[in-house]
Design a protein around this ligand. Structure first.
Ligand SMILES: C[S@@+](CC[C@H](N)C(=O)[O-])C[C@H]1O[C@@H](n2cnc3c(N)ncnc32)[C@H](O)[C@@H]1O
Length: 251
C-alpha cells in the first residue's frame, strides 16, 4: 500500500460550506483507486442492487437523455446506459480523478461507450440548457453537497416538465432499534476496514459522519418539494440504511 496521507477532517457539523466543498474535493481525489472496491466491500455489495433499483424506477420519453450528477466512477451512469439502450447518458463530477476512472470503465464496454459521455462540472452550475434531460439522478452524492436545495433546483432547471429526479442516498435507519447498530458499524467497523485498504482512512470517517448527519426522509422529501418537485416518494432499501427518493418536476 502507498504511504498514508495522514489527513484529518473536521466534523461535518462544524464545517462552513466552502470548507466542506474543498474537503469533498480532497477526499474524492485521493480515494479514487480503491473507491469501487471499498464501496462493494463496505456495503456487502448491496450498492450494486441499490443502483439497479434506482435505474429501474426511471422513465424516458421526451429527450431520451439521462444526466448522472456526482457520477464518480460512473456505476449508476453505466447501469442506466446498460438498462436503456436508446438513452444517451452524461455523467458530471467536479473531481477529475473520479472522471478519469469513469472514462476508463466506460471505454471497456463496447455496447454502451458511444452513448456515455463525461463532463467536469459542479452540480450547482450545470453546463446544460433548460429542459434538456428526461431524468436527473444522483447516487451517494447529495450528502456531499452543502447547498442541497440549490442543487435540487438546478436539477429541476435542466429537466423537462414532468421529468424525474432520482436521488439515492445513505442515511441513519429510521427504526430506532437499528440506529445504534448502524452507528457502531459506521463509527467503529467501517474505519477499521477502510484503514486496511486505503491510504486516506480519514475519508471514511467523513463518510460515516456525513451519513449520520443526513436529514430524515421527511425533511429531505420536504426539501425536494421546496425545490419544485411533486409526487415525491421514498423507498427504504436494506433496512433503511439507504433510501431512494423519486420526484417529478411540476405541480
Ligand atoms: C460518494 S461519490 C458517488 C459516486 C457515484 N455516484 C456512485 O454511485 O458511486 C460522490 C461524488 O460526488 C462528487 N461531488 C460532490 N460534490 C459535487 C459537486 N458539487 N459537483 C459535482 N460533483 C460533486 C464527488 O467528487 C464524488 O465523485
Amino acid at each position: 500500500m502507498k504511504e498514508s496521507l495522514r489527513r484529518e477532517y473536521a466534523p461535518v457539523k462544524d464545517l462552513k460550506p466552502d470548507d466542506h466543498i474543498k474537503m469533498v474535493q480532497d477526499i474524492f481525489s485521493t480515494i479514487t483507486g480503491k473507491y469501487d472496491f471499498l464501496n462493494h466491500l463496505l456495503s456487502f455489495r448491496r450498492d450494486v442492487a441499490w443502483r439497479r433499483f434506482a435505474a429501474r424506477k426511471m422513465h424516458f420519453s421526451v429527450t431520451r437523455r439521462y444526466l448522472d450528477v456526482a457520477t464518480g466512477t460512473a456505476d449508476l451512469a453505466l447501469e442506466v446506459a446498460r438498462r436503456y439502450p436508446e438513452v444517451q447518458v452524461i455523467g458530471v463530477d467536479f473531481v477529475l480523478e473520479m472522471l478519469e476512472k469513469a472514462v476508463e470503465k466506460s471505454a471497456r464496454r463496447d455496447k454502451i461507450r458511444d452513448r456515455v459521455h463525461f463532463v467536469q462540472a459542479d452540480a450547482l452550475a450545470l453546463p446544460f440548457a433548460d429542459a434538456s434531460f428526461d431524468v436527473v439522478g444522483i447516487a451517494f452524492g447529495i450528502r456531499n453537497i452543502p447547498g442541497r436545495l440549490g442543487a435540487l433546483r438546478e436539477f429541476s432547471r435542466v429537466l423537462v416538465d414532468g421529468g424525474q429526479v432520482v436521488v439515492l442516498e445513505m442515511q441513519s435507519p429510521e427504526q430506532k432499534m437499528l440506529r445504534p447498530l448502524c452507528t457502531f458499524y459506521l463509527r467503529h467497523v467501517l474505519p477499521r476496514l477502510a484503514r486496511r485498504f486505503t491510504r486516506n482512512p480519514a475519508a471514511y470517517l467523513y463518510l460515516a459522519d456525513s451519513i449520520l448527519h443526513f436529514p430524515s426522509s421527511d425533511r429531505f422529501s420536504g426539501m425536494m418539494r421546496d425545490a419544485g418537485f411533486a409526487d415525491v416518494r421514498n423507498y427504504p432499501l436494506t433496512l433503511g440504511i439507504t433510501r431512494l427518493y423519486v420526484g417529478r418536476k411540476g405541480q
